[in-house]
Ligand binder design. Structure first.
Ligand code: PGA
Length: 256
């Protein structure tokens, strides 16, 4: 049985003060509850310490949205995995579609970053997913295969517990348009089969694959209830405590 994960990707929202308030809101709503899955928030770099103070001692894990592909030195504007570890980061999101698109990040960079994260004893969430054009042309699975094949075989110490995948159809991110549960399940099952080919059947069985793209309280239960969907990577709905906790409730409900 795979443990669900609900991860909030705050993107470029919530400075330290607002982030602390948001995290406190979530923590307050979860207080006293025993969750059967993992809950993670990924604030912007500068807000991580403030959120970490609030997250400390409650079930919310701390993540980052990116890291450098080098360990340190003359890389202006970059933040290393060692620095993230020092401020309590446990998970780092890599290859989000916005970074693929706006920063033109490549498979080689994803591989370097994930290897550094795992080497540092942290965990990575590797995002992948097709754009609308590919979906319309019936190429969604082909694109997903290419994205997974470009990275997974090159990872050095990845296993089912230090790596999480996140399928995020780009056309569903921030658009209010969600993949139907059937569409999500289809790609998740195909992705798991690809993981089995590339990393072995046992890794594929235990590795978590999250769904991301306009996930909200109203659709979380049905999406996360699909057999190969192990949780959600949440953007917009992670910015309001009630919505984020509503999605966690949806994930919990799949276990009842
Ligand atoms: P969204 O974003 O939930 O706002 O669609 C998801 C993501 O980009 O991770």
């Amino acid at each position: 049985m795979r443990r669900y994960m609900v991860a909030g990707n705050w993107k470029m929202n919530m400075g330290p003060a607002a982030g602390r308030e948001l995290a406190a809101g979530v923590a307050g709503m979860l207080k006293g509850r025993t969750l059967r899955g993992d809950v993670l928030v990924c604030p912007p770099y500068v807000s991580i310490p403030a959120v970490g103070e609030v997250a400390d001692g409650n079930p919310v894990l701390l993540g980052a949205q990116n890291c450098a592909d080098q360990t340190g030195g003359a890389y202006t504007g970059e933040v290393s995995v060692g620095m993230l570890k020092e401020v309590g980061v446990q998970y780092v999101i890599i290859a989000h579609s916005e970074r693929r698109e706006y920063q033109r990040e490549t498979d080689s960079q994803f591989v370097s970053k994930i290897n550094l994260i795992l080497e540092a004893g942290m965990k990575a969430i590797f995002c992948f997913g097709e754009v609308l054009e590919d979906r319309k042309a019936g190429r969604a699975e082909e694109v997903v295969r290419k994205q997974l094949e470009g990275v997974l075989p090159r990872l050095e110490n990845a296993n089912a517990y230090n790596l999480v995948l996140a399928y995020e159809p780009v056309w569903a991110i921030g658009t209010g348009e969600t993949a139907t549960p059937e569409m999500a399940q289809e790609i998740h099952a195909a992705s798991r089969a690809i993981v089995a080919e590339l990393m072995g059947a046992e890794v594929a069985e235990y590795l978590r694959i999250l769904y991301g793209g306009s996930c909200k309280p109203g659709n979380a239960r049905e999406l996360i209830g699909q057999p190969d969907v192990d949780g959600g990577l949440i953007g917009g709905a992670a910015l309001k405590p009630a919505d984020f906790v509503g999605i966690i409730d949806g994930a919990e409900a799949t276990l009842d």
